[in-house]
Design a binder for this molecule. Structure first.
Ligand code: MN
Ligand code: MN
Length: 316
């Protein structure tokens, strides 16, 4: 190996598998030092940024989430996730596919751009991992996913239900209502889906199995895992992780923080308990680095994506 190929693995890496070890504090950023490429040939998982934050109801800034997650991931890329006995980066070819592009002067075109971006990944037979961006992005992503896979199960980590009723606002959808539309459009089947960590009021569950924040704290990690596995079964499942599922003490860098959430460690343990489910994709959303402290939110987010990669690889 030449000296030149020991740095900037995002561009100089010789393989899509294994650890790319280079100084954590320097080098070209990509998620987990994966190859930065638009070539999907032979790839298992494509990580892609969706830098959107115009559907948020409170603080903007999640458009910088993909960058923050890539940066934080550089300090994870030198070893496998601690609690797994294999490295998902050995088992899977994972690349950084770069970000989704749209014209911010044509905001009405953004959902179509996101859906087409994800559809392009799916058409290549590759599993998409989306880095947000505000949570609205899950809606066009799920439209693409459902076209490929049919109605999906959803594992939804969040402080918010994101199923608030939008029926009276014709044609509107934001980052708190997109799963209302996802159910109404038949993209997800709430009877086979769970919501974990909620702690905001919404009387209409739409039929989702809800394990709210207090329930998670009282019943514990093993109960969450058991209920999730029982509900999802072997159905095709998409996992969406809104970082505000974590308590603001663990994830201050987000747009709509709510007290009483999960710790990073609890979320990691739950993710480890989901290994081998029939995953078809995931996203991690609502990281807004400008409100972060010491990179703890971005680090938590990047870590949870890495844990998910292991949970996905465990089934293959
Ligand atoms: Mn939320
Ligand atoms: Mn959300």
């Amino acid at each position: 190996m030449t000296n030149k190929s020991k740095i900037d693995a995002a561009f100089t890496g010789q393989s899509d598998r294994g650890i790319h070890s280079e100084p954590t504090y320097s080098g070209a950023l990509s998620f987990l030092r994966r190859r930065y490429t638009k070539d999907l040939g032979g790839v298992d998982v494509a990580v892609t940024g969706i830098p959107l934050d115009t559907a948020t109801t409170h603080r903007p800034g999640a458009r910088f989430g993909p960058r923050g997650l890539r940066e934080a991931s550089s300090n994870l890329a030198w070893e496998r996730p601690y609690s797994w006995d294999f490295n998902p980066l050995d088992r899977l070819s994972v690349i950084d596919y770069g970000d989704c592009l749209w014209d911010h002067g044509r905001p009405e075109m953004i959902p179509t751009a996101i859906e087409a971006h994800i559809a392009g990944i799916l058409e290549a037979g590759v599993v998409p991992v989306s880095l947000g961006g505000d949570h609205f992005l899950s809606f066009p992503v799920l439209r693409a996913m459902a076209k490929q896979h049919g109605t999906l199960s959803l594992i939804h980590f969040d402080a918010h239900s994101d199923t608030w009723n939008d029926a009276e606002g014709e044609g509107r959808v934001d980052h708190g209502t997109m799963f209302y539309h996802a159910v109404k459009e038949g993209l997800v089947d709430p009877a086979r889906s769970v919501q974990i960590g909620l702690r905001t009021h919404n009387d209409d569950t739409l039929g989702f199995h809800v394990m709210d924040g207090p329930w998670v704290h009282r019943n514990g990690i093993d109960a969450v895992i058991a209920k999730t596995r029982e509900t999802v079964g072997d159905h095709k499942v998409y996992l969406t992780f809104d970082i505000d599922c974590l308590d603001p003490s663990f994830a201050p860098g987000t747009g709509t923080p709510v007290c009483g959430g999960l710790s990073t460690a609890m979320a990691m343990e739950i993710m480890r308990g989901l290994g081998g489910l029939n995953f078809v994709g995931m996203d991690l959303v609502e990281v807004a680095p400008i409100y972060d402290v010491g990179e703890i939110t971005s680090l938590a987010g990047a870590t949870l994506v890495y844990e998910w990669l292991a949970a996905y690889a465990a089934g293959r």
